[in-house]
Design a protein around this ligand. Structure first.
Ligand code: 5GP
Length: 188
């Protein structure tokens, strides 16, 4: 069975950048496409970045058991669609889930064999700097995300692997090593 890799951590920690670099190094890694009720950002495409769903559609799918995990985050819903994940794992390739902490906790229970990695900032202050610098969220959204980040940081000890994103190249090297080893161990 293909390995599932979960990457979590607070918003602004640099998960997106690390994952792009990781996929350059391990091209066989498939990215799960999550569903969300938030609006697409400029340049985001339905089916590539997310499946953008209405709240009604999202809630219907929860009731139908359509999600492997789901969470409410900063006023919107996010979740991993069972159908999307099954399609990707059945192709036999390792699949990466980039999700927030509540969802990662659910995965620990429902898919204990998944490799769970927490990306931590070198300090809490770096999150604000990165969220402001990224320029994708309004100030109100940034404040909301930082409030959530405090709780998310507290969850760090629940994760078997923690990668601190201080120097980017070092973090990429460490993440690549952990994921490559995890995938190899899962090979039949
Ligand atoms: P963003 O709105 O910045 O794309 O994502 C906000 C947060 O939702 C990020 O921490 C991201 O990792 C998380 N997220 C994205 N997809 C999922 C998902 O399918 N499930 C859960 N639980 N969180 C997700």
């Amino acid at each position: 069975m293909a390995r599932v890799v979960v990457i979590t951590g607070p918003s602004g920690v640099g998960k997106g950048t690390l994952i792009r670099a990781l996929r350059d190094r391990i091209p066989e890694l498939e990215l799960s496409v999550s569903a969300t009720t938030r609006n697409p950002r400029p340049g985001e495409e339905n089916g590539r970045d997310y499946w953008f769903l209405s709240r009604e559609d999202f809630e219907r799918r929860i009731a139908d058991g359509g999600f492997v995990e789901h969470a409410e985050y900063s006023g919107n819903r996010y979740g991993t669609l069972r159908e999307d994940l099954d399609k990707r794992t059945s192709a036999g390739r390792p699949v990466l889930l980039e999700i927030e902490v509540q969802g990662a906790r659910q995965v620990a229970k429902t898919m204990p064999e998944a490799l769970r990695i927490f990306i931590a900032p070198p300090s809490a202050d770096t999150l604000r700097t990165r969220l402001v610098g990224r320029g994708t969220d309004a100030k109100e959204q940034i404040d909301r995300r930082l409030a959530v980040a405090e709780d998310e940081l507290a969850a760090q000890p629940e994760f078997p692997v923690v990668v601190v994103n201080d120097r980017l190249e070092e973090a990429i090297d460490e993440l690549t090593r952990v994921v490559a080893t995890g995938i190899d161990e899962a090979r039949p």
